[in-house]
Design a protein around this ligand. Structure first.
Ligand SMILES: NC(=O)c1ccc[n+]([C@@H]2O[C@H](COP(=O)([O-])OP(=O)(O)OC[C@H]3O[C@@H](n4cnc5c(N)ncnc54)[C@H](O)[C@@H]3O)[C@@H](O)[C@H]2O)c1
Length: 361
């Protein structure tokens, strides 16, 4: 199969969809891989790395779309790519169709075969192509929070781990899912005192079993949250109710109960945020302050660490890329129920009905 790896054109997106290791595996099996020049640069891969792995470098985005039977990307195609997508071409990437009707209509019109990373689903209901990005965001949440607690960036001026003779900082993590557990683990590693909240007792039992004793669990309700925020230094929002907006667990009036310089990191910002005062921010301007409380609400946190994120993402996407290349998309989907769930559009026909729910008709 002819496989294309374009440069990601979405603002601030530095990941690349296939690494030289992936190219090596594909070309070894006689597939042909076209990589747009400099596609891997921001993730640490030079054109020469791709050439040595067997890829052919192309100079333009148009050329990659023109030659490839399957385009493997990271983010959804943006407007200038719509016209490049051809009938029958396979596009394998994150689409998030629900957030853009224009994208959905463009892909239907193109008659392409669209397979969405975010809806590939394992038997147990987990989303294997989303999990690594939650892992990155969770670990980053603590790292960012620790940084913004420093005084020059208007935090409290607290070192999360403390030092001998000075107690460590207090971290609250709202949600004990993938993001929450990774955030708690990093905070615990720094030596902070961590309290992790959830409404799912199974998750709390699991956290209680695996975490060290300075990570404690709490049932998530307004009373408990109000009590803990008074002494918290860093609050991390990591809740998710699948298919719904995040519940507002920290309301505007609660900010006055926090001490000045408290930092709040809302990882759940992409689902509307779990703080009432959350508004989406970017890596260029990640924070803002309300009532002396620092808010960090970046919507694409993994984008800031493309070296790690590219490897974490391609570790899980590549087996599917290889399968599609070897068998063709139809046979790959028919033989793998997880991948089948990712099939959103087949030559303009909507397969994943969830897409239609968000359409304005
Ligand atoms: N900003 C970013 O760059 C970025 C990156 C990755 C993921 N995310 C987002 O992070 C959020 C969390 O993702 P995840 O993978 O950890 O989800 P997850 O499903 O693994 O975990 C969510 C947890 O929230 C819990 N929860 C639900 N309601 C709650 C409540 N009222 N109080 C406390 N806990 C509650 C659930 O029981 C679950 O354990 C999602 O919105 C996801 O989209 C953002």
């Amino acid at each position: 199969m002819k496989i294309g790896v374009p440069i990601e054109v979405k603002n601030n997106e530095s990941r690349v969809s296939i690494t030289p290791a992936g190219v090596f595996e594909l070309t070894k099996r006689k597939h042909h891989v076209y990589v747009q020049t400099q596609a891997g640069l921001a993730s640490g891969f030079e054109d020469l790395d791709y050439i040595e792995a067997g890829a052919e470098i192309l100079s333009s985005l148009d050329a990659v779309y023109e030659k490839a039977e399957m385009i493997v990307k990271v983010k959804e195609p943006i407007e200038k790519e719509y016209a490049l997508v051809r009938e029958g071409q396979i596009i394998f990437t994150y689409f998030h169709f629900a957030s853009s009707q224009a994208l959905t209509l463009a892909m239907i019109a193109s008659k392409a075969v669209c397979i969405a990373y975010e809806t590939v689903e394992d038997e147990d209901g987990s989303l294997p192509l989303l999990t690594p990005m939650s892992e990155v965001a969770g670990r980053m949440a603590t790292q960012q929070g620790a940084k913004y607690l420093e005084k020059p960036i208007r935090g409290k001026g607290i070192l999360l781990g403390g030092v001998p003779g000075v107690p460590p900082g207090k971290v609250l993590v709202l949600g004990a899912g993938v993001v929450g557990i990774q955030a708690a683990k990093m905070a615990a590693g720094l030596g902070a005192h961590v309290t992790i909240f959830d409404i799912n007792m199974k998750r709390l039992r699991y956290v209680n079993d695996i975490m060290p004793s300075h990570v404690v669990t709490a049932f998530s309700n307004e009373y408990n949250i109000r009590k803990h925020i008074k002494t918290a230094d860093l609050i991390i929002g990591a809740v998710l109710i699948p298919g719904a907006k995040a519940p507002k667990l920290i309301t505007r009036d609660m900010l006055k109960d926090m001490t000045p310089g408290t930092v709040m990191v809302d990882v759940a910002v992409d689902q509307g945020g779990c703080f009432e005062t959350t508004r989406p921010t970017t890596h260029e301007d990640p924070t803002y302050i309300i009532d002396d409380v620092v808010h960090y609400c970046v919507t694409n946190m993994p984008g800031a660490v493309p070296y790690t994120s590219t490897l974490a993402l391609t570790n899980v996407t590549f087996p599917y890329v290889l399968d599609i290349a070897q068998k063709g998309w139809k046979e790959a989907c028919n033989s793998d129920p997880s991948l089948q769930k990712g099939l959103s559009l087949d030559h303009g026909k909507v397969i994943c009905k969830e897409i239609l729910k968000e359409m304005v008709v």
